[in-house]
Design a protein around this ligand. Structure first.
Ligand SMILES: Nc1ncnc2c1ncn2[C@@H]1O[C@H](COP(=O)(O)OP(=O)(O)OP(=O)(O)O)[C@@H](O)[C@H]1O
Length: 260
């Protein structure tokens, strides 16, 4: 007789990898020889002092930039030369890519509009919203998953900044991404919202991978399973938060910066 191995005890499954990733802007080498593995059901943080190359790596992985060297593989397919919309349809999604929040629609309608996109109905905006009623159940499940049920019928414009970001995440999740990439999801948020969004990200990562660029090291410590530290375009250290935060090279890199 065989038994299923619980997800938590399985070897982590790699969904997104970069090998020798490099990016030069003219003569300036912004990213050099970066190897990265992002795993299913894990939250992976990309950190480093200002100018370390985090945004460039993020833009390379989401295909907003084409690398000048190296390869990127997603779910076993080489995506190095594929355009961003193509990889988004494959399930590699960055949050703002699909997640324009319409301020004058309710939370429910924003999520319903997002849910119809994968069905190829995105251009049919003239359809009455009542035509989307069949999506209510899925929309309500997504809204509940991000803790917005109470605000279901509120206008997006009336939500707090933090809740708007949460709605943005919900509309992104409508695509059911396999990897969700978040660029500084906590930027501009107050402490209470940070805690809420951190909990949602952790929850979201139960059945998908999350890669986030994040400056808030407390959040990184609290919710990230794996941390890659960049400095001057290269990987300086990686491992769990404790390992990297105790690394003297990482401490030295952060000395004198706002994150220290
Ligand atoms: N389009 C570009 N042309 C030239 N140089 C660039 C370009 N984009 C980024 N750089 C340079 O590449 C380096 C890495 O920038 P990047 O924005 O990736 O760093 P970062 O770690 O995201 O920084 P921050 O935390 O300040 O956002 C910087 O020196 C930056 O000036």
């Amino acid at each position: 007789m065989t038994f299923a191995v619980p997800e938590s005890r399985k070897e982590p499954r790699t969904v997104l990898s970069a090998r020798g990733l490099s990016m030069s802007f003219g003569a300036f080498s912004a990213v050099r020889n970066v190897d990265l593995d992002v795993h299913h059901a894990r939250v992976h943080a990309l950190i480093g002092p200002n100018g370390a190359g985090k945004t460039t790596v993020f833009n390379l992985l989401t295909k907003f930039l084409t690398p000048t060297g190296g390869t990127i593989t997603f779910m076993g397919t080489d995506i190095t030369r594929l355009p961003p919309d193509r990889v988004a349809r494959m399930g590699l999604v960055r949050s703002f890519q699909i997640s324009a929040v319409f301020p004058h629609l309710t939370v429910l309608d924003n999520v319903r509009v997002a849910l119809q996109r994968p069905n190829g109905l995105a251009t049919q905006f003239w359809r009455p919203l009542s035509a989307l009623d069949s999506l209510n159940e899925r929309a309500d499940r997504l809204i509940a998953a991000v803790g917005l049920s109470e605000a279901r019928n509120a206008m997006a414009a009336d939500l707090s900044y933090g809740r708007k970001r949460v709605l943005e995440i919900a509309t992104t999740l409508a695509l059911d991404p396999k990897v969700l990439l978040l660029d500084e999801p906590m930027a501009g948020m107050g402490g209470e919202d940070v805690a809420v969004v951190a909990g949602i990200i952790r929850n979201v990562a139960r059945d998908r991978a999350v890669l986030m660029v994040e400056h808030n090291l407390k959040v990184v410590a609290d919710i990230c399973d794996h941390v890659t530290v960049l400095q001057r375009g290269e990987i300086l250290a990686e491992g769990d938060y404790r390992t990297v935060s105790e690394d003297p090279r990482v401490r030295a890199a952060y000395m004198g910066t706002e994150e220290a």
